[in-house]
Write a protein that binds this ligand. Structure first.
Ligand code: AMP
Ligand code: ZN
Length: 495
């Protein structure tokens, strides 16, 4: 089945295919690295990761570009206040962003482009626009985009042109503008501010021109898909279209993919309300990275996601359920096969692919695997699951995990890293007992566990229950659970 995606440009679900052979060229607006990312930001990046993984699973090739916005007003202000360079200020948050991406199993795009590494390209684009009379230079050396020269303005967000005024993220500097709705392409430096020397003078780029210049540099004047959170639709993406299309005369991006916002307990996240969470905050409260990944990946991207702690807990038990199911399939099963299980695995694989092809319906996608797990567990409980049923069921599970990526247990190791970071950088932040325990279990190497498990089994055989129980408790305190299998062997796993 072909992939169908909602296209903001045109406001309808359409069949998506790359324009050039089998290679999907896509651009996603990246983070502004002035602070640690919050779970709302990562909702968007996880949704784009689901799209990425589905395209690859469907046999497409990818050239996915993401920018790092490492210059903006806040960054300039904060670095100046700390008497450090812009790069010195941003590098810590850029690294933190990549660490959080890894924590949430978000794959890296093929190309990552820093704004400050591409300033000459931005200046050249502005110069080109000025030569065409679409951009103009103000007395102070700033450049603005002349919206009156781009009749298509508003086509993405379907805004009524007459009512376009400064929105929340519109540049607020209005001096020297011919028209209030014209937006800044280049900002002349104020005294003491960081600046770059370019062929259009000194200053710094506006945020919108950054994405136009880098998208076209790495993907060409016209490409397949452009993504970002819903707040970027206007004015950011509208301005990207205006700058790029006014310059090239070609369609900038054919598909526009917007991810709806994440709310916390029904409210917009805000530091003053106290419902603002970074990924690290949640890990320090004792929540597993895989629970957050599961929660974010399972939410259909076009629906608002209401984040709740109950939801996070239930995501954690869902992951647990899948991991236990996998252990069950990997344990010895009686010889033979059950045709119903073979069929179930096949149907599930088909349902999962169809769910994602249907505008990335991640909820239906995961519902299919849980239905499979339910039916297979019921069969196993009544002795109707056999050795030859395991491979197809495991294949369906692998297809699921290729998108969700929650089966491999990296929770302890990631939590240990966040705990270490908090002790170093945030000694004032409270670390929960649960996080400390999970982190501690990471330091127990597999070899050491195997040794203790073997000792436990030997003690039990020798009917030294005092010793075998002591080992079981010792392991439990490090979050390692022992499971007695029907065939008499003992397996272990991290809780
Ligand atoms: P920023 O670092 O502010 O430039 O944002 C990075 C990405 O996160 C952008 O694509 C935003 O649209 C997105 N974003 C910001 N807040 C939220 C939210 N609450 N829910 C979903 N995405 C968000
Ligand atoms: Zn952008």
């Amino acid at each position: 089945m072909p992939l169908r995606l909602y296209n903001t440009l045109g406001n309808k679900v359409e069949e998506f295919a790359p324009s050039d052979d089998n290679l999907v060229r896509m651009y996603c607006c990246g983070p502004t690295v002035y602070d640690y990312g919050h779970i709302g930001n990562f909702r968007t990046f996880v949704a784009v990761d689901v799209l990425r993984r589905h395209l690859l699973q469907s046999g497409r090739k990818l050239r996915h570009v993401m920018n790092i916005t490492d210059v903006d007003d806040r960054i300039i202000e904060r670095s100046a206040a700390q008497h450090i360079t812009v790069r010195q200020y941003t590098e810590k948050f850029e690294q933190a962003f990549f660490d959080d991406m890894a924590l949430l199993a978000i794959h890296k795009p093929e190309v990552i482009a820093r704004a400050t590494d591409n300033i000459p390209e931005m200046a050249r684009l502005i110069e080109g626009l000025a030569q065409k009379g679409i951009a103009y230079r103000a007395d102070d050396g700033s450049y603005y985009f002349r919206i009156a020269r781009f009749p298509g303005y508003g086509k993405l967000s379907r805004k009524d042109l007459a009512h376009i005024e400064d929105g929340a993220r519109v540049d607020s500097d209005r001096f020297d503008k011919e028209e209030i709705r014209d937006f800044a392409l280049w900002k002349a430096p104020k005294p003491g501010e960081a600046r770059w020397q370019t062929e259009i003078g000194e200053g710094r780029p506006g945020w919108h021109i950054e994405c136009s210049a880098m998208a076209m540099k790495y993907l060409g004047p016209s490409f397949d898909l452009h993504a970002g959170g819903e707040d970027l639709m206007f004015p950011h993406h509208e301005n990207e279209i205006a700058q790029s299309e006014a310059f090239t005369g070609q369609t900038f991006a054919r598909f526009w993919f917007h991810v709806r916002f994440l709310l916390v307990e029904g409210q917009k996240m805000s530091k003053s309300v106290g419902n603002f969470f970074t990924v690290r905050d949640l890990v320090l409260k004792g929540h597993k990275p895989s629970s957050l990944r599961f929660l974010l990946a399972g939410a259909p991207y076009r629906k608002q996601l209401n984040f709740t702690f109950d939801g996070l807990k239930s995501a954690s038990s869902s992951v647990e359920r899948l991991r236990n199911f996998k252990l069950r399939l990997e344990a010895p099963l009686p010889p033979g096969r059950n045709p119903a299980m073979q069929q179930l695995a096949q149907d599930t694989q088909r349902l999962m692919a169809a769910a994602l092809d249907d505008d990335l319906n991640a909820a239906e996608f995961s519902a299919a695997i849980f239905e499979m797990v339910r039916q297979a567990n019921t069969a196993a409980d009544s002795g109707q699951l056999f050795a030859e049923d395991a491979p197809p069921l495991l294949a369906a599970l692998a297809q699921f995990d290729h998108i969700f990526d929650v089966m491999e247990d990296r929770d302890a190791a990631f939590t240990a890293r966040v705990v270490e970071w908090a002790r170093r950088e945030r000694p004032d932040v409270e670390i929960s007992e649960a996080a400390l325990q999970l982190a501690a279990s990471a330091s127990v190497g597999d070899g050491e566990i195997e040794k203790l498990v073997a000792e436990h089994v030997a003690a039990r055989k020798a009917r030294n229950f005092f010793r075998s129980d002591a080992i079981r408790n010792e392991l439990a305190s490090r979050n390692i659970v022992l499971e007695n299998m029907k065939d008499g062997t003992v397996r272990w796993r991290r809780k």
